[in-house]
Design a binder for this molecule. Sequence first.
Ligand code: 5GP
Length: 210
Amino acid sequence: MNRKGILVIVSGFSGVGKGTLVKRLTQKYDQYALSISATTRNPREGEEDGREYFFRTREEFGRLIREDRLVEYACYCGNYYGTPRDYVEAQMEQGRDIILEIELQGALKIKEQYPDALLLFVMPPDAQTLLTRLRGRGTETEEEIRTRIHRAVEESEGVEQYDYMVVNDDLERAVDEVHGLVEAQHRKISRHLDFISQIRQEVKAYAKGE
Ligand code: 5GP
């Protein structure tokens, strides 16, 4: 049976808690590999190069684009973010499900290149919870927060292009829901056509020989 890795895109408004959600998902189930993006934004307190992101200058990021080393990239609130190609391809070959925690434009570019990708959008239980979380984490200036809220409004217009929505009200529940959706994607008929055809042939051969 086909157990080829699935590309799982996890998007959501800034402050919705998608970082915590994907971290927990990878801790709880070992079939996942979390892609680490390259970005030109500055590290937040506590972030490390090569752990949360590969922090790069604009010049270095430009080189990654020219050398075709990113599967996709996008500009988000004045900074560039992109998914490294090498890692994604290597993990897919090994049959692992790869989590890409990326924004809308990148998600749509991935869907064009990999139509089997699963696009999930994480929603807050309500708008107020989102604003409280975004302000409460204290990692952005007031101006950055405003830019991110405007970006959330833009992204909200694209949610219909995703496959499923997960509400992040209770972390463990949301993690299990994401895992359930990935497992359902693994069982799609279109992913098992060879296996189905093999069983069909075997049953037919048996029926003939009866
Ligand atoms: P943050 O600055 O809060 O870490 O990330 C800002 C936004 O960029 C988030 O929506 C995050 O999902 C997105 N992002 C992170 N890495 C990538 C990437 O490689 N590609 C794209 N398109 N978006 C990314």
